[in-house]
Design a protein around this ligand. Sequence first.
Ligand code: FES
Length: 104
Amino acid sequence: MGKIRVTDRAGKQVEVLAIAGSPVMYSLRNIDNGVDAICGGLCSCGTCHVYIAHDWASRLPPPAEDEVELLEELENTREGSRLSCQIRFTEELDGLELEVAPEE
Ligand code: FES
């Protein structure tokens, strides 16, 4: 178990719990102004898009090809863009900072 520091879609900062081994998206879809995650984590909707804070981005495993391809289809990508359903939380990620991207 660990925590993720989130700036939600309304700009509010909240901390959410995360379970090691679970996709980060699971911790973000049940909060107000979190991610929609319409496809449920199948890497096909892009509605779990987040911006990983600069200091944390390099500590994540790189995105797989299907994540990269879907990110390329989104309009609001920028440095740190990732799909939160494709990031598995680990104890090393305790304190991870991210921002929920705007709705596409
Ligand atoms: S939940 Fe659909 S791409 Fe992540």
